[in-house]
Structures are given as C-alpha cells and as structure tokens.
Design a protein around this ligand. Structure first.
Ligand SMILES: NC(=O)c1ccc[n+]([C@@H]2O[C@H](COP(=O)([O-])OP(=O)(O)OC[C@H]3O[C@@H](n4cnc5c(N)ncnc54)[C@H](OP(=O)(O)O)[C@@H]3O)[C@@H](O)[C@H]2O)c1
Length: 309
C-alpha cells in the first residue's frame, strides 16, 4: 500500500512514525517535499491540499482528511472524484463538550460578573438563574453536535437540536430541515453551531435568524466562521437581543487585529482550538479504514460531495 501525505501546517514526522507503526507494510511519501515528482500513491492523508496535489495523483483510491470539516477541499476548482473521507469524532467530540459546557456554564452561572465583583474586592451574591430559561439549541446533530446535545441534557438544561434528517436523541427535542428551523430558533436561548460549512449553511447565523432566538440569547460558534454574518452578530449584541458570544472560528483566521470582535466585551475569542485533531486517535481511525478498503469493505465517514459534508 502506497500512502502520500499532503498536510499543510502540519509537522509530518510524528504522523509518518505513527502511520508506519500502524501499517508496517505500507510505503510513505511527503508530497509537499517532492511535489509533482512524488510517485503515484494508493491513498492520501490530507489537510488543506492544493489543486495540484490531486491533479498530480491520478491513482488515488481515497483521500483521508485529518479533520472533520472538508469545506476547503470541496472549494477546490476540481473536486477529486474519489472517496473523500473525513474524521469521525476521533477524540474531538469530548473536546467539543469541554468547550461548549464551559462556555454555557460560564454564561449561565455568570462567572464573568462574579469575577468583576471579586476583582473589585466585593462580596456580592446574585440571584441564581433558572435552567428552564436557558434552552440550548444545537445546530447540527452529527458526530460532534449529537454528543454535545447529550451532555448538555445530562447537565439538566432543556436541549433542542436541528439537523437535515430526522433524529431521535433521548431527552432532546429534535427538529429537521429548513422548514423547522424557525420553530427551533424560537425556543432556543443558547445557540451552539456545529454544522458543516456548505452553501446551505453559509451565513445561516444572520440578523433574521439571531432575531428569532429568545431574548438574551447567547451564541457559541465552534464550527466555521462563515456560518456567522459578523456585522449582524455585532448589531444583535449592540441591541442587547443577544447577550454575548463565544467564538472559536472566524471568516479570516487568524482574526485580523482590526476586527471589531476583539473590541466587544461581550465576545469571548479563542484561536480555533475547540477540538483539535488528535494524532493517535486519527491514525488509528484512518489506518483501520485503509485496511478495510483493501479488504473490499465499505467504510463510514465518506463525504457526500453533492450535499457538501
Ligand atoms: N472548531 C473546531 O476546532 C472544529 C473541530 C472539528 C469540527 N469542526 C466543525 O464541526 C463541523 C461538524 O462536525 P461533525 O463531525 O459533527 O459533522 P457531521 O457528523 O457531518 O454532522 C453534521 C450535522 O449537521 C447537519 N446538517 C448539515 N447540513 C445541514 C443543513 N443544511 N440543515 C440542517 N442540518 C444540517 C447534519 O444533518 P444530518 O445528520 O441529517 O446529515 C449533521 O447532523 C465540521 O464540519 C467542522 O466544520 C470544528
């Protein structure tokens, strides 16, 4: 089995070491080192590959993305017509849960207000807020969103979820399709975005959708920056209809120094770290799928390029 890597912004040596251990009979090349001179491979391991990568590797049987989101590959001028496989959880769901639970609890338990009074040397109690007033709506109930929804339910919040197809998650009120989006938004106070970025979901979080949320809404975006119309979020915060936001992803990353989000005291910014790719879990998942394909078996996690995720 011949495997080539084309992973931007990635130190490739540890990946090579772990893949060699998992697939001792395979041979490996690093396309970013040898470029078009790289011999044809059977499988590719990729992150943000350029068009020339796929153009120069016509024998690939499949390409494995070392992330869950494939929007960058699907935005290439000529999307490869081979199975494109994304990571499924691979340790990211637990990280998303940490991140979202922290953001929800920090907001709901008003830790920022307590920190402000504590810093001023004030012993000041606040009347507790009620969970029933903080329904959490999760956009996207896939590998990551369904896990977040289940754990937020375990925290005893009312939880709603929205997906393309109908879903059943115990204790979670589920909605599906564009026709049920408004009903979902109208009952949501904390909106968590875990959608893939597709033509349908690009700019979905805009003035119209934000205004449909319950008053005092809060946004947690851990999916892709282009889900949010930045100016509309700032206006919704300015009007106080939205109380604030925790944002991990942005239209331009790194977030430019002049961007208004940096200056808003109601916005918490993190540098795209809500769920990072874990190498060991990812190598185990991808190597297992390569071996399954070699045995002629079908694998999960193959992207449907027509629907965009
Ligand atoms: N910030 C980070 O560090 C980070 C890390 C990992 C992933 N992410 C982002 O998180 C996204 C989600 O990952 P995942 O693994 O959970 O993806 P996934 O398993 O493919 O789940 C996507 C979910 O979104 C739903 N969906 C897609 N298009 C929709 C639409 N037009 N209307 C309603 N629902 C729609 C799907 O519905 P169905 O179930 O009905 O198909 C599914 O429930 C990734 O695409 C990536 O962009 C971010």
């Amino acid at each position: 089995m011949k495997i080539t890597f084309c992973c931007a912004d990635t130190r490739i040596e540890p990946w090579l070491r772990d893949f060699s251990a998992a697939l001792p009979d395979a041979t490996f090349t690093d396309w970013l080192t040898t470029r078009e001179a790289t011999p044809p491979a059977d499988y590719a391991v990729v992150w943000a590959p350029p068009q020339t990568f796929f153009d120069s590797q016509p024998s690939l049987k499949a390409a494995f993305n070392i992330g869950a989101g494939v929007n960058a590959i699907l935005a290439l001028p000529r999307v490869p017509v081979i199975p494109l496989v994304r990571l499924e959880d691979a340790g990211m769901a637990a990280q998303m849960v940490d991140y979202v639970a922290h953001a929800v609890l920090r907001h709901f338990r008003e830790f920022d207000a307590f920190e402000t009074t504590a810093k001023a040397g004030e012993w000041k109690k606040r009347r507790p807020l009620k969970r029933v007033d903080f329904p959490i709506g999760v956009l996207g109930l896939g590998a990551l969103g369904s896990h977040v929804a289940k754990v937020m339910k375990a925290f005893d919040f009312p939880v709603l979820g929205w997906s393309n197809s109908r879903k059943h998650i115990e204790g979670v009120r589920t909605f599906h399709g564009a026709g049920q989006l408004d009903a979902f938004l109208a009952q949501t106070r904390v909106l968590v975005c875990l959608l893939p970025l597709t033509p349908e979901t690009d700019s979905l979080i805009n003035a119209a959708t934000l205004n449909k949320l319950l008053p005092g809404a809060y946004l947690i975006n851990v999916a892709r920056g282009a889900h949010v119309v930045d100016a509309d979020l700032l206006a919704a915060i300015e009007s106080a209809h939205v109380a604030g936001a925790t944002l991990d992803v942005f239209r331009t990353e790194p977030l430019p120094p002049e961007h208004a989000f940096w200056k808003s005291p109601k916005i918490t910014i993190t540098p795209h770290i809500s769920a990072v790719t874990l190498r060991e879990e990812s190598v185990e998942q991808i190597a297992g799928k390569m071996l399954a394909l070699e045995r002629g078996e079908t694998i999960s996690g193959v992207v449907n390029t027509n629907r965009g995720y």
